[in-house]
Design a protein around this ligand. Structure first.
Ligand code: ZN
Length: 410
């Protein structure tokens, strides 16, 4: 294969990915105005439903514009040999491979961040604002941005530097070392995410003594689940949308409730949501997800090791000196169809787990409060009640509201 052929293969992959995504979006948008299924008639009042319709359409238009813009920009960048110039720029500053790699990805990251920031400002302060979700102040937005940047530099830069260092001394066997460090990192993140990362962005405090806490602990006792860590996080600082999640395992396991969730739901509805989360833990979904993502990382790194040093990768992108960072860019694009497939498998698995967790909540607690909580959460986030089945198949990590309600009623 020639470098030119590879160049056009990369371009084709970028375009085909975009077309598939847009066809799915289009199919989905054709169903925005479908009749609401009978089981979900009580989710929205007429006025709220109209608002949710408008929200779906606004978001669809926004995603079409940003998607097309970013594809165009990427294609132009490829055609003008953008990577060649970034590579040269990085090489002007240093002869050390690790430093060159860090500068190279630093420029790409900052460049794409500058391009994307106006869109994210528009999304937060125009769209979310218009539909009443936004609680983020300008100050919070800017501080989040800075913290996110520092975190990417420290964590992303650190991991990248270590991996390039492995590549330097172990050659194509680098993937085993890289896998080890990434696996350790994933497990560490899963254990300590709530303790180390969340406090950088949110305030969290233990759930206060009272009706809700006793109701949760009474439930936890009935299923023999030791639960000492229940935290409330100030999600309302950024958005009115509500959430709850489970993290860690062993002694580190904890449940985090958004203050917005406590505000929106009744006590038995919150306990039902928690029962669902406990279901994920008891059915070992958390361990399964972590294990499968570590195995998948190993497979990806191994595949990367077969290709990363091929000179044709750098030739295709117009770069004279083959390097790990150019190999990584070309590989990233070649791998994206595979990652679509693995993502699809993960979504299918995740939807199955959601049913299992719902069933667990139904068996150990009760179905009606879970149904009403799901409906309320859907209403409060103006979610789509009539998605297209192909869109659900590809993108949804959860079954649709209708599917979950029907399953819970069975
Ligand atoms: Zn779940």
């Amino acid at each position: 294969m020639t470098a030119t052929t590879l160049f056009y293969i990369l371009i084709t992959i970028l375009i085909v990915n975009f077309i598939i995504a847009k066809v799915l979006d289009f199919l989905n948008s054709k169903h925005f105005d479908d009749a609401i299924p009978a089981a979900l008639k009580d989710v929205y009042e007429k006025e709220d439903y109209e608002k949710s319709q408008a929200y779906k359409k606004t978001n669809a238009r926004f995603s079409n514009t940003t998607g097309l813009f970013s594809l165009m920009l990427t294609l132009v960048f490829f055609y003008v040999d953008g990577f060649k110039y970034v590579d040269q720029l990085a090489r002007n500053y240093s002869e050390n491979t690790i430093v060159i790699t860090l500068i190279f990805f630093g420029i790409i990251f900052i460049g794409s961040d500058i391009v994307n920031t106006p869109f994210s400002i528009y999304k937060t302060f125009v769209i979310e604002e218009k539909f009443g979700f936004n609680k983020t102040t300008k100050k919070t937005f800017i501080i989040d941005k800075i913290k996110g940047l520092v975190m990417t530099v420290v964590i992303g830069g650190g991991l990248l530097a270590v991996i390039v260092w492995f590549y330097e001394f172990a050659g194509n066997n680098f993937w085993m070392y890289a896998w080890g460090i990434v696996a350790l990192f994933s497990v560490g993140m899963n254990m300590f995410y709530s303790k180390l990362i969340v406090p950088l962005f949110n305030k969290q405090k233990p759930l206060e003594e009272g009706e809700l806490k006793s109701a949760i602990q009474d439930y936890a006792k009935t299923v023999g689940f030791e639960l000492n860590n229940i935290f409330v996080i100030d999600g309302s600082k950024r958005s009115t949308k509500a959430n709850a999640y489970f993290s860690g395992f062993g002694k580190q396991k904890r449940i985090t409730l958004y203050d917005t969730l406590i505000h929106d739901l009744e006590t038995d509805e919150i306990v039902a949501v928690l029962a669902h989360e406990v279901g994920h833990y008891k059915r070992k979904h958390i361990v399964f997800n972590l294990t499968s993502s570590i195995l998948l990382t190993g497979f990806t790194l191994w595949l990367l090791s077969l290709f990363v040093s091929l000179p044709i990768f750098s030739e295709a992108l117009g770069v004279a000196i083959p390097s790990f960072h150019i190999g990584l860019i070309a590989f990233g694009i070649l791998y994206s169809p595979i990652s679509e497939v693995t993502g699809l498998c993960m979504n299918m698995m995740s939807r199955k787990f959601e049913y299992q967790a719902d069933n667990y909540a139904k068996e150990t607690f009760s179905a009606p409060p879970l149904i009403s909580s799901l409906k309320k959460l859907s209403k409060n986030s103006l979610s789509n009640l009539t998605p297209h089945s192909a869109y659900v198949f590809m993108h949804y990590s959860h079954p649709t509201l209708l599917q979950r309600v029907e399953n819970l009623k069975n």
